[in-house]
Each structure stands twice: as C-alpha cells, then as structure tokens.
Design a protein around this ligand. Structure first.
Ligand SMILES: C[S@@+](CC[C@H](N)C(=O)[O-])C[C@H]1O[C@@H](n2cnc3c(N)ncnc32)[C@H](O)[C@@H]1O
Length: 227
C-alpha cells in the first residue's frame, strides 16, 4: 500500500497541466490548498496523506472486478489508482459534467481506457441491482442533498459480499472544521446538512452492512464495510 501511495504522489506531480483550483486544494499541492488544509481541517502533510491512503486502502492492488466511483469529481484522487488497475471494469459517475470532464481528460492523458463515465444522480443510479464488487465514495456524502437516497442506491447496486468504502466530512470531531463548515461550506453550497457524526455513521452502516469500520483523521471520516 505504501508503494501505491508513492505511485499516486508521483502521478499527481505529472498532472500539473490539468490541475484545477479544486485539485490544488484537495491534494494540498498549492499554497492555498496547504493553508486551507491546515487552518480549516487542522491537517499536516502526513495526516492529509493518511486519510487519502486509508480511504483507498480497501481496493486490492490486483482488483479485477467491477468498481463504481461516485462522485468522481475531477478524478484527481483516483485516476492514479485506476492507472494501476488495468483489468478492472470501472464506472465513474458525477452530477456535474464540468467536474467530470476534468476526470475524463485526466484519464485520456494517462491512457486509462477501462473507465466508463456517466453523468447522473447518486440518488437515482442508472444501474441494475447488485452490479458492482466495490462502490467507492470519496468526499461525496457531505455534499449529496438526499443522503438517504444515496445510501439506499449505493447499497442497491453493490453485489452481496461487495465492499462499500470511502470518506467524507463528519461533525463533532474537530471544532474548527465544524465552524468553517457551518459558516462557509454550507452557505456556499459545497456541503449540505445534515452531517453524520462518527457514531451515527457507524450505526447507519452497521444497520445495512457487516464488517463495518469507521475511523477518522480530524473531521475526515473514513469508512469501509461489506454487504
Ligand atoms: C467535494 S467533490 C468530491 C469529488 C471527488 N470524489 C474528490 O474527492 O475529489 C463533491 C462532488 O459531488 C458531486 N455531487 C453532488 N451531488 C451529487 C449527486 N446528487 N449525484 C452525484 N454527484 C453529486 C459534485 O458534482 C462534486 O463533483
């Protein structure tokens, strides 16, 4: 997993030309990204690397099955991983065509040809029941407007025995982040309440899945469970 992390870091460096403002923030590769990570999220470089690595850890290095990522955003966190999963069948979905166009371009530049991009709503996924072996969701559930529908749909499209994993903002773990979420991210429309706490997320996932684990790095909640 450490190797993969290093590969991912290298790939980010190669992606300078496609980098957007958002990418600089989420990967803390720009000054503003580093400042926001530090001031808003209370994260240093190691802590930021940990949440990304831990959220992606459930994807086996030799994964060959069907994976759904929702929401893919600009793909900045996941395209470097997909570049290593040549035999997997990957589907990436996002509501925003603009965000996803960045992911599509990134996949093209990186010569990744095993991804299908689908514009759509997590609350109404255009897939058959039990279609995927892994459903990955990074930084989505704090943004999704209808969280119950998102939980229902991600569960529905996952095969029995499949893995649901990812990360998103959880409240009541780091007061400074809670303050900025309430006074900045929610008013700006980036985040949509209600938000899970670590306890409520554990309870919600355990009511649907087995083998549930929920950890956190400050306000970044990292989860993994099995259907
Ligand atoms: C903070 S970004 C996360 C993107 C990416 N996973 C990452 O970690 O960089 C949140 C994304 O959720 C998408 N989104 C919001 N509501 C959605 C919905 N109902 N269905 C699908 N995607 C949605 C937004 O378009 C945006 O790209």
């Amino acid at each position: 997993m450490q190797d993969r992390h290093e590969d991912i870091q290298k790939s980010y460096k190669q992606l300078g030309g496609i980098g957007s403002f958002y990418d600089g923030i989420i990967t803390r590769s720009t000054l503003i990204g580093k400042l926001m990570d530090s001031i808003i999220w209370g994260l240093n470089k190691e802590m930021a690397a940990k949440w990304i690595n831990d959220a992606l850890a459930p994807i086996p290095d030799d994964f060959k099955g069907k994976l759904l990522e929702v929401p893919v955003g600009t793909g900045v966190l996941t395209m470097p991983v997909y570049q290593t999963l040549k035999e997997a069948e990957i589907t990436c979905l996002d509501y925003s065509a603009d965000m996803m166009n960045n992911a599509r371009k990134r996949a093209e530049v990186m010569n990744i040809d095993n991804i299908t991009f689908v514009q759509g709503d997590v609350g109404k996924l255009p897939f058959e029941d039990e279609s995927f072996d892994i459903v990955l969701s990074l930084n989505g559930f704090h943004a999704f407007p209808d969280k119950d529908a998102a939980y229902d749909e991600t569960y529905r499209v996952l095969k029995k025995g499949g893995i649901f994993c990812g990360c998103f903002y959880i409240s009541e773990e780091f007061a400074r982040t809670d303050f900025f979420v309430k006074h900045l991210y929610v008013p700006k429309g980036f985040f949509t309440p209600p938000f899970e706490t670590k306890k409520s997320l554990e309870e919600r996932l355990s009511s649907l899945y087995t083998e549930t684990s929920v950890n956190n790095v400050n306000s970044e909640g990292i989860f993994c469970c099995q259907k």
